[in-house]
Design a protein around this ligand. Structure first.
Ligand SMILES: Nc1ncnc2c1ncn2[C@@H]1O[C@H](COP(=O)(O)OP(=O)(O)OP(=O)(O)O)[C@@H](O)[C@H]1O
Ligand SMILES: [Mg+2]
Length: 227
């Protein structure tokens, strides 16, 4: 189970959760998305045509039911992805406590360190309660395709210096990602004639997904060694 958490609104949780789910589904995996975002973007996306049959969306979830819902979904699907709300809540804490990996989308440009560090504190507390590591990493999002890589490197260096894991891939600001949420279906179903840089958007989603899989495998191997 992979959760997307950051109390900062608009950090890109919903967008990156859907990108990951879409890519995993495109590779043939069975994916459940638990939509715990009060805006219900993913449920609305799923109600539009184009949702692949191997993505199941579970929108009916409360802080009381989230543990049961995720456990049930995990028995039926290879991947369970949870898109969390942009606040700190019992729902968020419960979801983090159950996660195999927590992804912390953080806007690259503004580098909302506060939201990210709040989430990391919460993860560390939940890890202590659960007496296990909860693997996690910051994902820099909404990175401008044009921005000099130097400023991004600065952000990465700061996170590194603070001992915080950061994804090597970041999510670039792309119209294709907005269109996917607005019009439904997978990225690959968008029309390249109408969406600029669709190929780059698809490649970005693939790179991110490949890194998630590698990190999940590494975390599992690590936990196998610790056990
Ligand atoms: N990489 C991106 N490229 C283009 N638009 C993006 C990108 N990431 C996010 N957006 C847009 O920014 C807005 C906020 O993103 P998103 O809904 O993914 O954030 P969130 O963290 O889920 O927010 P909330 O806390 O409100 O749930 C949306 O309109 C989305 O389409
Ligand atoms: Mg959201």
């Amino acid at each position: 189970m992979i959760s997307f958490a950051n109390p900062k609104g608009g950090a890109g949780k919903t967008t990156s959760a859907l990108l990951l789910a879409g890519e995993l589904a495109a590779r043939g995996a069975s994916v459940a998305i638990v939509d715990a975002d009060p805006e219900r973007w993913i449920s609305q996306w799923g109600a539009m045509p184009g949702k692949p049959a191997n993505i199941t969306i579970i929108g009916d979830v409360t802080e009381d039911s989230v543990v049961d819902v995720v456990e049930d979904a995990s028995t039926e699907h290879q991947f369970v992805i949870i898109d969390l709300e942009g606040t700190a809540s019992l729902m968020v804490a419960n979801a983090i406590g159950m996660s195999d990996f927590v992804i912390i989308p953080t806007q690259g440009a503004s580098m909302d360190a506060k939201g990210a560090s709040k989430t990391i504190k919460l993860i560390r507390n939940q890890a202590r309660l659960a007496k296990r590591e909860i693997p996690h990493a910051v994902l820099l999002t909404r990175v401008s395709a044009a921005v000099a890589s130097r400023s991004l490197k600065n952000v990465r260096d700061q996170l590194d210096a603070a001992g915080i894991e950061v994804f090597a891939s970041s999510i670039v600001e792309r119209a294709a990602y907005r269109d996917m949420l607005d019009f439904g279906g997978l990225l690959s179903k968008l029309d390249p004639k109408h969406v600029s840089n669709l190929d780059k958007a698809v490649q970005n989603a693939m790179d991110f997904t490949a890194e998630v899989i590698t990190r999940l495998k590494d975390a599992q191997a690590e936990q196998g060694r610790a056990a």
